[in-house]
Design a protein around this ligand. Structure first.
Ligand SMILES: C[S@@+](CC[C@H](N)C(=O)[O-])C[C@H]1O[C@@H](n2cnc3c(N)ncnc32)[C@H](O)[C@@H]1O
Length: 381
């Protein structure tokens, strides 16, 4: 099976950058660092305010978490905070998983960082939903770790999707990746004269879907079947309303961690935007998706390829096990690491080891979007 033409990737990257015209990307790397720093200050503030790690004490991660009252399902998140705070010089790891010397973050320092963050967000021209949600989540961290407040209630206040849309669709990197994916999927769909069967997994608020569906419509490609799926029924009814004028879009439940109730080789293109890191076992999920694809079929992925500290104090709470259940761990090479996101080389390695042939990764290395480290992968079965 031939690789996809280089010109398709050039066209997709160009379309992605064109969609960002009007944004001043010069301050982007600084804004990302400011987000990281504000998140680190937020983590340190929780440890200080709840006396979990005060000066002079040496405590194990478990002792710190018992003081904070962290519920079992979220303990991996707080362990990771301790690790990144010590990597960043915010406290000292004194061997055998014990911690001391928290660099105390004052409320003034946190407030100054949050104000600077809003300034850099405005300079970039990004919607305020994203930083508002992030700062909200930080202010609720003590309650979030104890499951007294859910991150869903902060993200979807009264069922409103605007915070989620700001997070998944209207931020700078999503504008690029969603546009690039729309162009690539349209190009691939055009290569199936009989029409193509497209399955989207983890489609959620439909940020990526909207771009693809609009692009396919505008190109007038006929014979498409598009199945919009998610783990959660919560997203299906609003998607059904949103795409009601496209009878070729159908809706269904699909958990990437379960065997799908669909025949093998029944799909030509699978789209997976910001969902595959939820795989319990990445190799098993990639093998499962490959079985669904017809020979020569395509997997188009968007993934974050670095750990953003602001995610660790907000959206990461969505990625713990179920409420009331014990802590669980991945069944792949991430087991015991408290990590969730794979790096770009790790994705390429896992995809190739499952028999996929990978195209060039977008955006390429360097360039204005590098600090965001979110990428589009294409892999052919
Ligand atoms: C970060 S959101 C991304 C939403 C959307 N793809 C986008 O980028 O606009 C992740 C989505 O994956 C879904 N999800 C999480 N775990 C999943 C699983 N095991 N199987 C299928 N979907 C899952 C969530 O319900 C959520 O809608």
């Amino acid at each position: 099976m031939t690789a996809l033409p280089d010109s398709w990737f050039a066209e997709a990257a160009e379309a992605g950058m064109a969609a960002l015209r009007g944004y001043d990307l010069t301050g982007l790397a600084g804004h990302m660092r400011r987000l990281d720093e504000t998140a680190l200050l937020g983590m340190a503030r929780v440890l200080r305010n709840d006396q979990a790690l005060t000066s002079g004490t040496i405590r194990s991660a478990d002792e710190v978490m018992d003081t904070l009252g962290v519920v079992p399902r979220h303990r991996w998140i707080v362990r990771r905070w301790l690790k990144v705070l010590s990597d960043e010089g915010g406290l000292t790891e004194s061997g055998r998983g014990r911690y001391r010397d928290l660099v105390v973050a004052g409320d003034d320092e946190f407030a100054a960082s949050a104000a600077a963050l809003d300034g850099s967000r405005q300079a970039l021209g990004c919607p305020q939903e994203l930083t508002r949600f992030f700062l909200d989540a930080i202010s609720w961290l003590p309650q979030l770790v104890r499951d007294e407040v859910s991150v869903q209630s902060l993200m979807f206040p009264d069922g409103d999707f605007s915070t989620a849309m700001g997070t998944y669709a209207d931020n700078i990197i999503s504008i690029f990746t969603n546009r690039a994916v729309a162009v690539l999927v349209r190009r691939i769909a055009e290569s199936y004269p009989r029409g193509s069967r497209i399955l989207e997994v983890g489609a959620g608020v439909g940020g990526t879907t909207a771009g693809i569906v609009g692009e396919l419509d505008a190109a007038g490609i006929s014979g498409i079947g598009y199945e919009f799926t998610d783990l959660s029924r919560f997203f299906l009814s609003s998607a059904a309303e949103r795409f009601a004028d496209r009878p070729w879009v159908r809706f269904g439940l699909l958990d990437i961690n379960d065997e799908p109730d669909r025949p093998t080789h029944s799909v030509d293109i699978i789209v997976a935007a910001n969902v595959l890191h939820n795989a319990h076992d990445i190799d098993a999920v990639l093998a499962r998706l490959r079985r669904l694809l017809a020979p020569g079929g395509h997997l188009v992925i968007i993934e974050s390829c670095r750990e953003h500290y602001q995610v660790m104090t907000s959206m990461q709470f969505l990625m713990s096990g179920r409420v009331g259940e014990p802590e669980w761990d991945f069944a792949d090479f991430r087991a015991g690491t408290d990590r969730i996101f794979l790096t770009e080389p790790e994705w390429l390695d896992r995809l190739r080891s499952r028999g996929f042939r990978c195209g060039p990764v977008l955006p390429g290395t360097g360039g204005a979007l590098a600090s965001l480290a979110q990428h589009v992968f294409t892999a052919r079965s």
